[in-house]
Design a binder for this molecule. Structure first.
Ligand code: AMP
Length: 365
């Protein structure tokens, strides 16, 4: 398919990536395969992305001088994690395109803004209340009348900064646990399973979704992703429509991961979204025509999409902490594909790598 309306970045161009973690590493590998160079901007010298990238800047994310120099050295910029100050992206955007655009990150950084955005589109979420102090927390909990989950609106991930609450609990403790707000109180969702959909969209508005993937968490952290998800075709259709609707309404260029709860009646509710490749999409490296990382690079560099079509059933398991010590077992099993992130220190719960296994396709695409 010919490229319309915009100029494709030629091989040799430099893709700037904010963040030096494993997602940046896999983005850099995909970019290199397509002949692009990568320049990592990170605030820590040791990072999985740095050792596989062309060059790097180590500086604070709000160092104006370094941001300007970085912008002058790259042809396009993206980000691999969500806690980049949006204003820093805006600085860079004065000189080069930043995808997905900073406004999308601004919404994704705030759990309330994210839910407001979904609800304005008629896409369901858990019931929620913005809580600014102990008093609004108590009022909201009384209104909810059922157990809820109190989360900080910002900087929460993998179950960090969140706590289950019910009427009669010591709310002072809960409030302190999430760092004293601002927070969001969500109704506790008695879901049947969790899924996510990864949607990709180009500068021309071409949009594709990967198949929904089923996610199992342990202690709020992703443990395993399995595709195909065990959901009905109606649920799948609803999930795909919601994900595409979000991508188009946000004017996404790049990759958006949308995490959803599937309720017992098959209805979906959005939990959260991330405008970047996602842990629950790592299986796309082995199981699809083009991985989530490759599609991101294609979108931001202005080249046509590859295909999100799946060639196999897949299961991806995270290797947390000392689970990584089984690396040789995985390498000894030709059915398993091991990815290690090159992190030096093993810490409990730290994402050290993942392993993917494939099975013959069980469902026609
Ligand atoms: P989050 O940090 O929002 O991705 O939440 C981490 C995990 O906590 C999710 O994957 C769910 O397993 C669980 N969780 C989050 N929100 C809710 C909710 N409203 N009701 C029940 N479980 C939830």
């Amino acid at each position: 398919m010919p490229v319309k309306n915009h100029i494709a970045l030629p091989p040799g161009s430099v893709v700037g990536i904010f963040g030096g973690g494993q997602l940046g590493r896999m983005m850099a590998v995909a970019a290199a395969q397509m002949g692009y160079h990568t320049h990592i901007y990170a605030d820590e010298a040791a990072g999985p992305a740095i050792e596989v990238s062309h060059c790097h800047t180590i500086a604070s994310y709000s160092d104006e001088e370094c941001l300007k120099n970085f912008a002058q050295e790259v042809d396009v910029a993206t980000y691999e994690f969500e806690n980049i100050p949006v204003n820093s992206l805006r600085e860079v955007q004065k000189l080069v395109p930043v995808y997905p655009k900073p406004e999308i990150l601004e919404i994704a950084q705030d759990r309330v803004a994210e839910k407001d955005f979904c609800n304005e589109l008629g896409i369901p979420t858990a019931p929620y209340w913005r809580v600014t102090d102990l008093e609004t927390l108590e009022l909201s909990l009384n209104e909810l009348g059922l157990p809820g989950l109190l989360k900080s609106t910002r900087f929460g991930y993998d179950g960090k900064n969140q706590i289950k609450v019910k009427i009669g609990d010591n709310l002072n403790d809960a409030w302190n646990r999430i760092g004293g707000g601002p927070g969001v109180l969500e109704g506790w969702m008695d879901y049947e399973r969790e899924i996510s959909i990864i949607v990709v969209r180009t500068q021309n508005g071409d949009v594709q979704c990967y198949d929904p993937v089923e996610n199992e968490h342990k202690n709020y952290v992703l443990h395993r992703s399995i595709v195909p998800a065990r959901i009905s075709s109606d649920t799948e259709e609803e999930a795909v429509i919601a994900a595409k609707n979000l991508a188009v309404s946000l004017d996404l260029v790049g990759v958006l991961a949308v995490e959803m709860f599937v309720m017992k009646d098959g209805a979906i509710a959005i939990n959260e979204m991330a405008p970047r490749p996602h842990n629950s999409g790592h299986w796309t490296i082995e199981a699809c025509g083009s991985s989530q990382f490759e599609q991101l690079i294609r979108c931001i560099c202005g080249v046509p999409l590859g295909t999100c079509a799946r060639n196999a059933d897949a299961e991806m398991q995270n290797l947390l902490g000392d689970e990584v010590n089984d690396w040789l077992l995985y390498l000894g099993d030709p059915a398993q594909k091991l990815h290690l992130y090159g992190k030096g220190e093993i810490r409990a719960g730290r994402k050290m790598g993942h392993v993917t296994s494939l099975k013959p396709l069980s469902k026609e695409l």
